[in-house]
Design a protein around this ligand. Structure first.
Ligand code: DX5
Ligand code: ZN
Length: 234
């Protein structure tokens, strides 16, 4: 299917449901459920067993999903040397590509390459990486991702201390007069989503909170939305 337009969402909060929380044997069902819930994008975690100790989806997954959905696909690359694979992910159907500061010695150039491929550029930092490491690349970012867990696995607990970095990154974006989105990823649930937004995040990744919800993914999606401040919702 052709890609749909990825709306800018700096003024509104959006959820980015992560397929990592879904049943891998039923990804098409997961996509259907998210579409029915009103999801505006899908977060797809790519792991290489080297940058993080796990393996997940690859370019074939993007190709397969691109055939069944128009929803924007957000590739979160937790891989070494991501610059070698950007074009492949863009061609496979990724609308946004997020790479890690810790995996990228030439981050500014790599972000620029993502934009040249007509994808939204994202830069991520791990919990142990200082927020200031993003300062000099924010101009090249459409999205700044502050990891709220150490990447590699779903179902972990959000590290509270990371939220001050969200504040710091949002403040720097405003100071530089930029409009990029601030995303949080890891352990986001109905008990802390509002705090993430109050800290300055406007894109919330959620795997377990959506797909692990007792009432199913639609109920999980809605339960998260219901916790957000009314003024931050569309
Ligand atoms: C973990 C991934 C996350 C993961 C979050 O490294 O980047 O996107 O899906 O899962 P939860 O929401 O379960 O913490
Ligand atoms: Zn992720």
């Amino acid at each position: 299917m052709p890609r749909s337009t990825w709306p800018r969402c700096t003024d509104a909060v959006v959820l980015a449901p992560s397929l990592l929380g879904a049943d891998f044997a039923r990804l098409a069902d997961a996509v259907d459920a998210l579409t029915g819930s009103g999801a505006e994008r899908i977060h797809i975690d790519v792991m290489d067993g080297a940058f993080v100790p796990n393996f997940t989806f690859g370019t074939d997954t993007f190709r397969a999903l691109r055939k069944i959905t128009q929803l924007p696909l957000e590739a979160h690359l937790m891989i070494r040397e991501p610059e070698r694979h950007l074009e492949t992910f863009a061609r496979a159907g990724a609308d946004g590509i997020t790479i890690h500061y810790e995996a990228c010695p030439h981050l500014h150039r790599t972000l620029a390459t993502i934009r040249k491929l007509d994808c939204r550029s994202g830069a991520a930092i791990n919990p142990s990486t200082g927020a200031s490491h993003l300062d000099d690349v924010l101009e090249a970012c459409d999205l700044a991702l502050v990891m709220t867990i150490d990447p590699g696995f779903g179902g972990q607990t959000l590290i509270d201390r990371t939220l001050w970095k969200v504040e710091r990154v949002r403040a720097e974006i405003l100071r530089q007069g930029l409009t990029c989105d601030v995303e949080v990823d890891g352990g986001v649930d109905a008990g802390n989503a509002r705090r993430c937004v109050e800290a300055g995040a406007n894109v919330l990744v959620a795997g377990t909170a959506v797909f692990g919800h007792a009432g199913g993914p639609s109920a999980g999606y809605q339960a998260l939305l219901d916790t957000l401040p009314p003024e931050s919702r569309r």
